[in-house]
Design a protein around this ligand. Structure first.
Ligand code: FES
Length: 178
């Protein structure tokens, strides 16, 4: 009897072919399903205007018209979603216009958000007690740096927020975040 039977048999390559088609049959619909899910779950990149400006939005992603913020009393710090969704305070000035500087609600110590205290006229971080002046400069640590600021402009009742890249008006130096 011949013991030299070839190890490779035609059925092996047939099995590989079947495995390939089985895998492809599963992979194609699964890939398509992932593509469709990704289209819904991953938001498209936000369109930005000149200078990287984006419109101010609320927590649900709805645009906030300037008239809505300006209906608040002077001195109001209104929280909106700003650049990259960062919570940002917009300030209603005494002349019922919006301040051209917005304050990002992100403590420079360890990143907590904080409220505006209208009695003390300070931003006061509840995490470790840092306090900031109305312009975002540090009044009391442990915060090491002034709060990040952004540019705010109103055009046709739209609020546009853009990155602050010029000299930091509080320090007279290049912004620490730019
Ligand atoms: S995170 Fe604000 S003081 Fe520590």
């Amino acid at each position: 009897m011949d013991s030299n039977i070839p190890l490779e048999s035609p059925s092996l390559s047939r099995r590989q072919l079947i495995n390939f088609f089985t895998g492809a049959t599963i992979a194609v619909p699964a890939g398509y399903a992932l593509y469709v899910a990704g289209k819904f779950l991953i938001p498209p990149p936000e369109k930005t205007g000149p200078g990287g400006a984006i419109p101010a939005k609320d927590v649900l992603g709805n645009l906030i018209p300037a008239s809505q913020i300006l209906a608040e009393s002077p001195g109001t710090r209104a929280l909106v979603a700003g650049l990259a969704g960062e919570p940002t305070y917009l300030i209603v000035k005494e002349d019922n216009t919006l301040d051209s500087i917005g304050i990002v609600d992100n403590c420079t110590h360890l990143g907590c958000t904080f409220p505006w205290n209208p009695i003390d006229q300070q931003f006061q971080c509840p995490c470790h007690g840092s306090r900031y002046a109305p312009d975002g400069s540090v009044v009391r640590g442990p915060a090491p740096l002034p709060l990040k600021i952004v540019q705010v402009a109103v055009i046709d009742n739209s609020i546009l927020i853009s990155p602050w890249t010029e000299t930091d008006p509080r320090t007279g130096e290049k912004p620490w975040w730019a």
